[in-house]
Design a protein around this ligand. Structure first.
Ligand SMILES: C[S@@+](CC[C@H](N)C(=O)[O-])C[C@H]1O[C@@H](n2cnc3c(N)ncnc32)[C@H](O)[C@@H]1O
Length: 214
């Protein structure tokens, strides 16, 4: 996600410390303590400017949300949204995350959202894709029984690759798949992301898959 340079970025991030978690591995197995309650915990990896996760947290006050975003100039927008909503059920980790099993205990997470993940188009970078086998087996570990993984993308090539990887991962079963989410699912049931709005407006089909932990 390209971003203009933001003036006083570090000061602006520091001013929104209340919505940030900078030491996520310290909270492994204890995320409920950060929210001060036991509630289903959902995570998004690569939340961008936070449109999706802030709307999810607004619609579902009885659930808790943790969003990861590694690009500081982008994550600031997600933090601003959490602050504007005075969100109590959304925390943001301003870091790239790779080893999910070091951050969440087995079964600690009820659902994982991957929205318009970076495609890493070169074959030699395939392991960096958030839907590659190594990541998928970690997702299966941290998900609770009956937990889910959702993935949306405009990138048809990445989607077909991801479906193959997902079908090869024994920890999941496919629950629903479509190559045209906005044709097949009523708009009011879809919480969109910034990228989704942009690509949908251009008439691009959005691919979507939902997996359930086996
Ligand atoms: C293409 S953008 C999509 C943003 C948003 N999900 C949307 O749909 O509008 C992908 C974002 O994921 C972030 N990202 C990629 N890999 C990540 C990782 N391992 N941990 C945290 N953020 C990541 C990137 O910095 C980028 O902002």
């Amino acid at each position: 996600m390209r971003q203009r340079k933001i003036k006083n970025l570090q000061e602006k991030l520091a001013a929104r410390e209340a919505w940030q978690v900078r030491d996520p591995a310290e909270h492994k197995g204890k995320w409920a303590g950060l929210f001060g309650r036991r509630a289903p915990l959902y995570i998004e990896i690569g939340c961008g400017k936070g449109q999706f996760i802030s709307e999810m947290s607004r619609r579902h006050p009885d659930a808790d949300y943790v969003a990861f975003e590694g690009q500081e100039s982008v994550v600031l927008h997600a933090l601003e949204k959490a602050e504007a909503a005075d969100s109590r059920n959304l925390l943001v980790v301003p870091q790239y995350v790779h080893q999910l099993a070091e951050i969440f205990a087995e079964g600690e997470v009820s659902g994982i959202y991957l929205n318009f993940s970076d495609p890493w188009p070169k074959d030699r970078h395939a392991k960096r894709r958030l839907t590659s086998g190594g990541y998928l087996s970690d997702y299966a570990k941290i998900l609770a029984e009956d937990g889910f993984l959702e993935f949306k993308t405009d990138n048809d090539g990445l989607f077909e690759y991801s479906v193959e990887q997902m079908e090869a991962e024994p920890g999941f079963v496919t629950e629903y798949v479509t190559r045209d989410l906005h044709r097949d699912v009523p708009e009011e049931e879809i919480v969109t992301t910034e990228y989704e709005d942009k690509f949908s407006a251009q008439g691009k089909n959005i691919n979507y898959i939902r997996l359930r932990k086996r």
